[in-house]
Design a protein around this ligand. Structure first.
Ligand code: 9UX
Length: 71
């Protein structure tokens, strides 16, 4: 089953940023869904256990933003 992965996203300032980050996350193989909240600068991803959080971070970075695992 998919399991939730939370990420902190840095560098977003508008709704188009949100759409870019969501698209980047959804294109990672094994990701079922991704929802980004601009106000809280967080992403909630549902992904197969084979998806490494690092792969999600790198997808966000390629899209032009920074992502970290929550503290
Ligand atoms: Mo909005 Mo985000 O005009 O990089 S797309 S600021």
């Amino acid at each position: 089953p998919h399991r939730p992965v939370a990420l902190c996203i840095e560098g977003m300032t508008c709704a188009s940023c949100v759409a870019r980050v969501e698209r980047a996350l959804r294109q990672v193989p094994g990701v079922a869904s991704a929802s980004v909240n601009l106000a809280t600068e967080t992403a909630m991803v549902e992904a197969l256990p084979t998806v490494e959080p690092q792969a999600l971070r790198e997808a966000v970075r390629r899209a032009g933003y920074d992502a970290r695992l929550p503290d």
